[in-house]
Design a protein around this ligand. Sequence first.
Ligand SMILES: [Zn+2]
Length: 176
Amino acid sequence: MSNDKGEILKNNAKKCSHCGSTSTLPIAHGLMSDEVHQENAKDRKWVWGGCVIHVGGDTDHCNDCGKSFGGDFTSEEKLQAESFDEESFLERRKKLLNVIDEYLDEEKDGEMYAAALHEAEGDEVEADHIYFGLYMQSIDKYLFEEYDEKLYDKALSEASGDEKEAEKIYLRLCKS
Ligand SMILES: [Zn+2]
């Protein structure tokens, strides 16, 4: 809250979006001292909305119908988009773990390793790093693209329905 709180709040009365009344109070958030609360109790200048500000939460309270309003719908939409991102993050993490599993399991691709070794000028540790980079590039499609349903179905039938195995087969199919 700013120093000239009273000034800001005075000019802040909004029209209720539910009943149209202009007898409204802004909703204040944050930690406030008892003193501030008592002062406000005398001539209610605002309504306390709690310590936590919700993204897209309502900003004003109507004295007539008792409802809150002024929430920012677009922020709410944004929140939904963010939780969707979290889902795809988990999906990507699952894929990445699968890739590392497969990477450790699999024999090195001779041609690709030879190229890496050549680039590392014979330094095997360096060649491993380069090889890993090349490997990750080769599975870009698997990591960053949506599942190709046809290809996944093929993998699933090859794995006789075993989803974990199908995931690995699908990864291999994506590489080629
Ligand atoms: Zn109202």
